[in-house]
Ligand binder design. Structure first.
Ligand SMILES: [Zn+2]
Length: 416
């Protein structure tokens, strides 16, 4: 009896000792920011007249990290590199994912061929490029993977210089997009209003490094190394500090507005077997997440979006795709109906060879069928005036399958 009482008392005592510790630990959970100085080592990034991009990026990154540590000591600052070393693109995202970071800031310096006068800072988030110029920025930054020996397998046949490779970004559903855009806008505001930089705006494009991160993420282009005046500025400590301050001020604002939400972000699912870059994605679905276009005007997401499929997918290119002889067929879904329609129904607007499949109690009508994804894309564009909401779906051996995986496999097979 005595022993039992003792046990109860000691259990209670321990609970009181441990409880406050547990609470304070939960409340003081740190905000983690990953700072990613672009390029490094044998990858110089863009090269100017007097400097290399990798050095500007590193200097500004280190200054930014110091500012955060100095003014917000509770924030955990992690760098993807702190010296002049080469870090593969995938590894950079992996560092952030492993740390379950709350924010990812990739720092770069822009360059453009054919102009020695273009100036200005811009901030980028993951998305579909809306212009050739935007696509070119992503191509340039993504081509760093060519410095990696095994990039063909590691990035599943992604060719950073081929525009066609970028179709995978058409189907990305980035649940962090709104926050990324919010932070990007804050950074851009600072650049414009407090750093006195020419405002090149917030844009979206298919950056591989942003695709792999599982938290709100941005990529900053500090200025143009190809314009001597701006290159000089970015090589002065005043210039570097100014840019670092701009990002720091935006960081502070962003963090303050998200302070209470950070614990939620800690609970991210990582697949059991996996490397950190196989974060589970939500099934693809329609989204109203804002999209920032070239004119900095909020506009809805591209109209063609994929509907939910029951199966989850990984958005990671690294995942090895098993060689198979599965037959993959792409089709365009044009409408759904709770009752079966005649192929002559006027709602098909005269389209011939309409097919259907049955899913979740609905008849789903499709047009076109091809193993060539590009052909189906062309067809979709053709019928877009009549069927604005049409979207592409995929079937593997006759079973509906995840469109993103199907596209990846299509690209892979094509590159074989
Ligand atoms: Zn770069």
């Amino acid at each position: 009896m005595k022993l039992r009482r003792l046990l109860i008392i000691s259990t209670l005592f321990c609970s009181f000792i441990l409880l406050p510790g547990f609470i304070s630990n939960t409340l003081s959970q740190n905000f983690t920011v990953v700072i990613d100085p672009g390029h490094g080592g044998h990858d110089p990034g863009a090269v100017g007249k007097i400097s290399k991009e990798k050095d500007i990026n590193l200097n500004v990154s280190l200054k930014l990290g110091r500012l955060i540590k100095q003014h917000a000591p509770s924030v955990q600052v992690i760098y993807t590199r702190q010296t002049d070393i080469f870090v593969p693109l995938m590894k950079r995202a992996e560092i952030a994912n492993k740390a379950k970071a709350d924010l990812f800031i990739s720092i770069h310096t822009n360059s453009v061929s054919g102009s020695k006068t273009v100036k200005g800072a811009s901030t980028w988030t993951l998305g579909l490029a809306k212009s050739q110029a935007n696509l070119d920025v992503a191509k340039k930054e993504n081509s760093v993977i060519l410095y990696e020996d095994d990039y063909k397998t590691r990035y599943a046949g992604f060719d950073p210089n081929s525009s066609e490779s970028y179709i995978i970004f058409e189907f990305i559903q980035d649940k962090n997009m709104a926050q990324s855009v919010e932070f990007a806008s804050m950074v851009q505001n600072e650049f414009k209003n407090h750093c006195n930089r020419i405002d090149k705006g917030v844009h979206q494009a298919g950056f591989l490094v942003l695709k792999e991160t599982a938290m709100p993420s941005i990529l900053v282009e500090l200025g143009f190394i190809s314009t001597l005046e701006e290159e000089r500025y970015l090589n002065t400590s005043t210039g570097q500090e100014n840019m670092a301050y701009g990002i720091y001020n935006a960081f502070k604002k962003y963090k303050n507005s998200h302070e209470l939400k950070t614990t939620k972000n800690k609970e991210k699912t990582i697949t059991a077997n996996s490397t950190p870059n196989t974060m589970k994605e939500e099934p693809f679905k329609k989204t109203n997440t804002p999209n920032v276009d070239d004119n900095n005007v909020l506009s809805p997401q591209p109209k063609i979006v994929e509907e939910s499929t029951p199966q989850t997918t990984t958005k990671k290119v690294k995942t090895p795709i098993v060689e198979s002889e599965d037959e993959i067929i792409f089709k365009i879904q044009i409408m759904t109906s709770s009752e079966q329609l005649k192929t002559t129904d006027t709602r098909f607007k005269g389209l011939k060879n309409i097919e259907h499949y049955f899913e979740n109690g609905l008849y789903k009508y499709t047009f076109g069928a091809s193993s060539n994804y590009n052909e189906i894309r062309r067809l979709r564009k053709e019928i877009a005036p009549k069927f604005q909401d049409a979207f592409i779906i995929a079937f593997r051996n006759g079973e509906k399958t995840n469109i993103n995986e199907a596209i990846k496999e299509f690209l892979k097979r094509r590159n074989r």
